[in-house]
Design a protein around this ligand. Structure first.
Ligand SMILES: [Zn+2]
Length: 144
C-alpha cells in the first residue's frame, strides 16, 4: 500500500518524511507547473524506450493514489510525485506503463515491472515499493 501526504488547507504538505525543508515549502502552483511539463515528458520518454503506448495523460492532485491507468489506456499521475526523488517518480510511471500490458496486479504484472525496474533503476520492484511507503502520511492505492 502507498500512503499520500497530509495537506493543510492552503495545499502545502505538512507531513512528508525524507523531503527537505525547501521542497516542503514550495508553492503548489510552482509544483503543478513543473509536474505538467516534467511528468508527461518523462512518461513519453519511458513509454518510447520500453515500447508502450497510451492514449492520454493527465496530472492530478489527490490524496488517494500516486497514479492510475484506465482500461482505455489513459494514465493519471499525481503532481506530488514532483516532491519525490526522480527514481521513485520513474518507479510509479513504470508501474502505470506496465498496466498497459497487464491490467491487474497479478504475478505476470510484477514480473514485468520488476524487469523494468531492474533495467531502468537498478533496484527490484519489491525494494522500490518498500521505499515509496516512507513518503506518505495517508494510505492510498495499492501501488503494487
Ligand atoms: Zn497498479
Amino acid at each position: 500500500m502507498t500512503h499520500l501526504p497530509f495537506l493543510d488547507r492552503i495545499g502545502r504538505i505538512l507531513i512528508m518524511r525524507r523531503l527537505n525543508r525547501s521542497a516542503r515549502r514550495r508553492d503548489w502552483t510552482e509544483i503543478s507547473k513543473e509536474a505538467h511539463t516534467w511528468l508527461p515528458a518523462r512518461t513519453a520518454g519511458l513509454a518510447s524506450k520500453y515500447g508502450f503506448s497510451y492514449n492520454r495523460i493527465a496530472i492530478k492532485h489527490n490524496k488517494t493514489n500516486w497514479g492510475s491507468c484506465s482500461s482505455k489506456h489513459n494514465i493519471n499521475l499525481n503532481m506530488t510525485l514532483m516532491l519525490l526523488p526522480v527514481y521513485l517518480r520513474d518507479y510509479v510511471i513504470l508501474h502505470e506503463l506496465s498496466h498497459l500490458q497487464v491490467f491487474n496486479h497479478g504475478a505476470p504484472f510484477h514480473k514485468l515491472l520488476d524487469k523494468l525496474c531492474l533495467e531502468h533503476i537498478g533496484r527490484s520492484e519489491k525494494l522500490l515499493r518498500k521505499e515509496i511507503r516512507g513518503y506518505h502520511a495517508y494510505s492510498g492505492e495499492k501501488i503494487a
